[in-house]
Design a protein around this ligand. Structure first.
Ligand code: URA
Length: 203
């Protein structure tokens, strides 16, 4: 069994690629699987190329994302976009980006284990439908879920891991890079270069 667990049942399971994602996004938009549904403005399902070779997975939407309905549109996202452009030479049209938890936890608290469990079938379905070659996990929550580990990001980053049908490249959450700068940013850059090499991207 995948560390992320099973995909969402129902119509999305049968539809391929982009149309399957659209069906799943529609289903998620009305989701009431956990109490975050009561406090969210909207579900932040994920955006990008539905058949991307590269996928990023973060933790949970923050305030900006909850308002705009798109992952990583605040300060963290701007740093991520810049580092990805500088080290991998691509913008959001070339990858897919989503979070472990699709609704904003109030006051930007950490998502609970129960919220992650309730939401994980959506991520499992996204991974199944997009079928990325490389997944970059951003921070502890995404890394622990996708790697099926309790270890922290500092311990596990610096290499790639085969998971299901993709290679997982764990790296820091961009918020940690914003807080710490220096070494963390340099190591994040190195992780992005590792992802690019695994994809065989030369430009
Ligand atoms: N942090 C995340 O983990 N995800 C977002 O979408 C924004 C900030």
């Amino acid at each position: 069994m995948s560390p992320v667990g099973g995909a969402v049942g129902g119509p999305a399971g049968g539809a391929a690629g982009g149309s399957g994602l659209a069906v799943l996004a529609d289903e998620a938009a009305g989701c009431i699987r956990c109490p975050l549904s009561a406090t969210r403005t909207q579900v932040v399902f994920g955006v990008g190329d539905p058949s991307a070779d590269l996928m990023f997975v973060g933790e949970a939407p923050g305030r900006d994302e909850d308002l705009q309905g798109e992952p990583f549109v605040g300060r963290s996202g701007r740093l991520l976009d810049r580092l990805v452009a500088e080290e991998m030479g691509v913008d959001r049209s070339r990858f897919y980006i989503a979070n472990v938890v699709k609704c904003r936890p109030p006051d930007n608290r950490d998502p609970t284990a129960a919220e992650i469990t309730a939401c994980r079938p959506y991520l499992a379905s996204q991974l199944e439908l997009i079928a990325p070659v490389v997944v970059v996990s951003l921070g502890n929550f995404a890394t622990r879920l996708l790697l099926g580990t309790d270890q922290g990001i500092t311990k596990v980053r610096g290499r790639s891991y085969p998971v299901d049908r993709f290679q997982l490249v764990p790296t820091y959450h961009p918020a940690a890079a914003l807080r710490s700068g220096g070494v963390v940013v340099a190591e994040m850059r190195a992780d992005l270069i590792r992802a690019k090499q695994l994809l065989g991207w030369t430009t």
